[in-house]
Design a protein around this ligand. Structure first.
Ligand code: NAD
Length: 299
C-alpha cells in the first residue's frame, strides 16, 4: 500500500481523539468512515467537528466552502463491516488492550488484506496489537496528540514486525496531513507519555499529600515553568480513565515502582470523575454550545 492508494480512512471510536483525527483527515481531503458502537457519540462527534471547522473559518484558516467540503467527507457509521472499503484504519477506542486486540482481530476478517491498521494508543504495545491483527507487518502506531486538529505532533510507532513499507506509508501520511512526525520504538508510553504521564501522576501525589490546591499546582506549573496548561488541567483534558490506563501500562510493562498510579487518581476514576468528559475531575467544567467545555467552579 502506498500513500496514493489511500482514499478512504476508517476511524474507529468517535470520542475526543476519533473526532479530532476525522477532522484532520477530512481537511486533508480523505473520505472518512467514522465508527462507534451507537449513534449518540457519532452525533456528538459531528457537532464537535462542525464547531471546530467553524472556528477555523472564523480565524480565516478555511473558507466556508472548504469547511462544508470537509464536513461532507465524514460519514458516521455504526457497523464495523462498513470499513471493508477503507485502505487505512485508525483506531481510537478506549485504552484497553483486550478491547483493542478484539477490534484488530475483527478488522482482519473484514478489511482487504493489504489495508493498513493504525492505533492511536497512548501506551499499549503495537507489537501486541499486531499479533492480534493477523497482519503484523501492516500494523503501526499513529499517536496523535489532543486536540488532534491543533497539535502538530504525531508519534509514528514501529512494532517489532511493522514492515519498512508500512513505516514509509505512515510517515508519508503524517506529512500529508500537515503534521510533524517523530519515530518511536515500541516501548511503553513511547516518547511523550513516558515523560508526560509521570509528571501528571506526581502532580496528583502533590495534591493527595495536601502540598497545594489543584488550582495552585496548575498555576505553579503555568506561571512558574511556562507550561501552557497545568498538569491537573491537562489530565482532565486527556481523561482521568485514560491517564490511569496509561499509568498502569507504564507500571506493569516497565516494572518500576516510580510509575505506580497515585491512589487519588484511582479513586477519582472509580467514582466517575473522569475530567472534562464527565464534567468533573480535578476541576469543574460546564458544557458549551458546540460540545466543548469550559472551566467552572472549584470542585
Ligand atoms: P474516549 O473515551 O473519548 O472515546 C472512545 C470512544 O470509543 C467512545 O466514543 C466509545 O463509545 C468508542 N468505542 C468503545 N469501544 C468501541 C468499539 N469496539 N468500536 C467502536 N467504538 C468503540 O477516548 P479518547 O480520549 O478519544 O481515547 C481514545 C484512544 O486515543 C485511547 O487509546 C487513548 O489512549 C488515545 N489517546 C488519547 C488522548 C487523550 O488526550 N484523550 C491523546 C492521544 C491518544
Amino acid at each position: 500500500m502506498k500513500l496514493g492508494d489511500i482514499r478512504t480512512i476508517g476511524v474507529v471510536g468517535a470520542g475526543q481523539m476519533g473526532r479530532g483525527i476525522s477532522h484532520v483527515c477530512a481537511r486533508a481531503g480523505y473520505h472518512v468512515l467514522l465508527v462507534d458502537v451507537a449513534d449518540p457519540p457519532l452525533t456528538e462527534a459531528l457537532t464537535t467537528i462542525r464547531g471546530g471547522l467553524e472556528r477555523a473559518v472564523e480565524r480565516g484558516n478555511l473558507t466556508p466552502h472548504q469547511a462544508g467540503e470537509a464536513l461532507a467527507l465524514i460519514h458516521p457509521v455504526t457497523r464495523l463491516d462498513q470499513l471493508r472499503v477503507a485502505q487505512l484504519i485508525i483506531e481510537a477506542i478506549p485504552e484497553d488492550l483486550a478491547l483493542k486486540q478484539d477490534l484488530f482481530a475483527g478488522l482482519d476478517r473484514i478489511c482487504e488484506p493489504r489495508a493498513v491498521f493504525a492505533s492511536n494508543t497512548s501506551s499499549i504495545s503495537i507489537t501486541k496489537l499486531g499479533a492480534a491483527s493477523g497482519r503484523p507487518d501492516r500494523v503501526v502506531g499513529l499517536h496523535f496528540m489532543n486536540p488532534a486538529p491543533v497539535m502538530r505532533l504525531v508519534e509514528v510507532v514501529r512494532g517489532l514486525q511493522t514492515s519498512e513499507q508500512t513505516m514509509t506509508l505512515a510517515l508519508d501520511f503524517t506529512t500529508q496531513l500537515g503534521k510533524t512526525a517523530v519515530v518511536a520504538k515500541d516501548a511503553p508510553g513511547f516518547i511523550v507519555n513516558r515523560i508526560l504521564i509521570p509528571m501528571i501522576n506526581e502532580a496528583i501525589f502533590v495534591l493527595q499529600e495536601g502540598v497545594a490546591s489543584a488550582q495552585d499546582i496548575d498555576l505553579a506549573m503555568t506561571a512558574g515553568t511556562n507550561h501552557p496548561v497545568g498538569p491537573l488541567a491537562l489530565a482532565d483534558r486527556i481523561g482521568l480513565d485514560t491517564v490511569f490506563a496509561i499509568c498502569e501500562v507504564l507500571y506493569q510493562d516497565l516494572g518500576d515502582s516510580k510509575f505506580r498510579p497515585c491512589p487519588l487518581l484511582r479513586r477519582y476514576v472509580e467514582t466517575g470523575r473522569l475530567g472534562r468528559k464527565s464534567g468533573r475531575g480535578f476541576h469543574l467544567y460546564e458544557a458549551s454550545g458546540d460540545g466543548c467545555e469550559v472551566v467552572g467552579r472549584r470542585p
